[in-house]
Ligand binder design. Structure first.
Ligand SMILES: NC(=O)c1ccc[n+]([C@@H]2O[C@H](COP(=O)([O-])OP(=O)(O)OC[C@H]3O[C@@H](n4cnc5c(N)ncnc54)[C@H](O)[C@@H]3O)[C@@H](O)[C@H]2O)c1
Length: 350
């Protein structure tokens, strides 16, 4: 009998990649998604195409149309499936959108995660539970690090951060956005179920997670949306920091690979910063150049002086803890390769 994986947010960028990767490792995959992304972001955020892709390409894939806010439904499903591994990626993922829908944001991100963790404790306590958190749990505290301005990007001027932001960085007393606050609640809950109940949980604090299967929209999915604008000749709005704000980008495949390593040798209540690190980082201006290089089209954009509230000026993850705990894991996709794949994916999907 093959092992069972249950993935929430299975039609999204990370969830769908995890479904495919674990299926390739012999898992029977149960996906949970209700296309809430289309409710959050409108038709451009619709993920049904990805659900259909999984249903037609993955043998043994079962889709469960369930809202993770449905506490009784979540408990019943976990008691029926009793998964060997749980990957929880369903979320309201945008910090700008959260301000307009605070109840939906908190109910999905914080309460939905509690529903999943408690159901797991009751149904399959020893199964690894991997929670997708975010670097927004650090709020805008990284902006307090002294910076140096380079020609096309900001960088840390303090040598203490030459490898990026470590997991020990403060999550307190800074501006998070309501999204960051609801994700802090979920991140701490995942840790607590690990520490208090000795469950094999971890919270992965994502940088920019990206890849060809994102349904990128203006409010979420930076590289995917940027490439889409470039291909369609649409104007991209650049908010503040001279366009030199830095994000570290990791391909969804490398995220799924890390999750598999963790599930194979789990630990209790762990936290990891999961991003592309310095090597896969770029500023928005640099991302324009890369998109242009692979599409052959000029990027159209307007600059808006006001930055997004709580937006990081420079953020890249310190990957040393992940590499120390899981030496077999490393990045396999470069930034250039990733952007090239996103360009091809949008050209094909259109
Ligand atoms: N993409 C990024 O740059 C990034 C960065 C840091 C952290 N994260 C985190 O990673 C996770 C996955 O992100 P993603 O980019 O794959 O997001 P995504 O929006 O592509 O996927 C999330 C999926 O969850 C589903 N969903 C949302 N609410 C639901 C609900 N109540 N019930 C059932 N399904 C629901 C959506 O329909 C969507 O298909 C999220 O927790 C997000 O906060 C993402």
């Amino acid at each position: 009998m093959s092992k069972k994986l249950l993935v929430t947010g299975s039609s999204g960028l990370i969830g769908s990649e995890v479904c495919v990767y674990f299926a390739q490792q012999g898992f029977a995959v149960h996906g949970v998604d209700n296309n809430q992304r289309a409710v959050f972001f409108g038709p451009q955020g619709d993920t049904r195409w990805n659900q259909q892709r999984l249903a037609t390409s993955l043998k043994g894939f079962s889709h469960h149309e369930l809202d993770i806010r449905d506490r009784a439904g979540v408990l019943a499903l976990l008691k029926t499936v009793k998964p060997d591994v749980i990957v929880h990626t369903a979320a309201q993922p945008s910090h700008d959108r959260a301000a307009a829908i605070p109840y939906d944001d908190f109910d999905t991100n914080a309460v939905g995660t509690l529903n999943m963790l408690e159901a797991a404790r009751q149904a399959c306590k020893d199964s690894p539970f991997i929670h997708m958190s975010t670097n927004k749990v650090y709020g805008d505290a990284p902006n307090k690090i002294p910076l140096k301005e380079l020609e096309t990007r900001w960088d840390y001027a303090d040598p203490a951060y030459v490898n990026g932001i470590p997991e020990t960085f403060t999550i307190d007393q800074s501006t998070h956005s309501l999204f960051g606050a609801s994700k802090v609640a979920s991140d701490i809950l995942a840790q607590e179920y690990g520490r208090y109940f000795s469950m094999p949980t971890c919270a992965l604090r994502g940088g920019c997670l990206t890849g060809p299967n994102h349904s990128g929209v203006e409010l979420h999915g930076f590289l995917s949306y940027l490439v889409k604008c470039n291909l369609e000749g649409r104007e991209y709005k650049l908010f503040g920091y001279k366009g030199k704000q830095v994000r570290d980008n990791i391909h969804s495949l490398d995220v799924a690979r890390f999750m598999f390593e963790f599930a194979s040798a789990p630990r209790c209540g762990e936290v990891y910063n999961l991003g592309g690190g310095k090597d896969n980082s770029c500023s928005v201006l640099e991302a324009f150049k890369l998109a242009e290089k692979f599409s052959g089209k000029a990027m159209k954009y307007t600059y808006v002086e006001q930055n997004r509230t709580g937006d990081h000026i420079c953020y890249y993850s310190d990957l040393r803890k992940m590499r120390a705990h899981f030496p077999k894991w490393g990045l396999t996709k470069s930034l250039e390769q990733t952007i090239q794949e996103i360009v091809t994916a949008w050209q094909t999907r259109k």
